[in-house]
Design a binder for this molecule. Sequence first.
Ligand code: DX5
Ligand code: ZN
Length: 217
Amino acid sequence: MNHLVAPSILAADFANLQRDIELINKSEADWLHVDIMDGLFVPNISFGFPVIKAIKKYADKPLDVHLMIIDPDRYLKDFKEAGAAVITVHLEACPNLHRTIQHIKELGCKAGVALNPHSPVALLEDIVADLDLVLIMSVNPGFGGQRFIEQTYKKLNDINTFKKQLNPNLLIEVDGGVDIGNATKLINSGANVLVAGSSVFASINPTQAITNLKNAK
Ligand code: DX5
Ligand code: ZN
């Protein structure tokens, strides 16, 4: 399949959220990536349900919700009701990950698991067949605008091996420090969803930046 591009709203201008969502609506973006941070799992707080609902009101693209929160089971239904199409939880935040994934699927959402940079892909071996998506963090979660971690390419190769053996339809998302300079290598390493925050919204032409990521091969 051709890769998807998911601009991260975390890097948008929060005082002009409607304007930036409409920019994404008119662009070649496939999804809108929404980062939720609780100040516990990661050392930062982003935003909650009122803001997600406001985003959903204007967004034409599916909301790809990345939960950087502990014990996400408490809120899965609320994220669905706020408009999530994809819900991704962190392996490191879920002691009963299999149950959490079943819960997300029962809600009618695509279910994803995210891995922090220090977590080996091997930890997913017994759950990968149940997933719609794996998100490989290419920075430590919590902030936009950080430097890409080179070890990510090896992890993408590892998850791509599991995909071939266990789940050919798996989506492999990469998140953090993605830009036009590394997009081709990421795609060639197996990534098929590119999340991009600052490389889109800090660009002088965000629409063109999205097109460039979409055209990378
Ligand atoms: C980081 C978030 C990312 C972030 C990416 O914790 O998960 O989605 O918005 O931002 P950039 O592309 O600027 O690294
Ligand atoms: Zn994210």
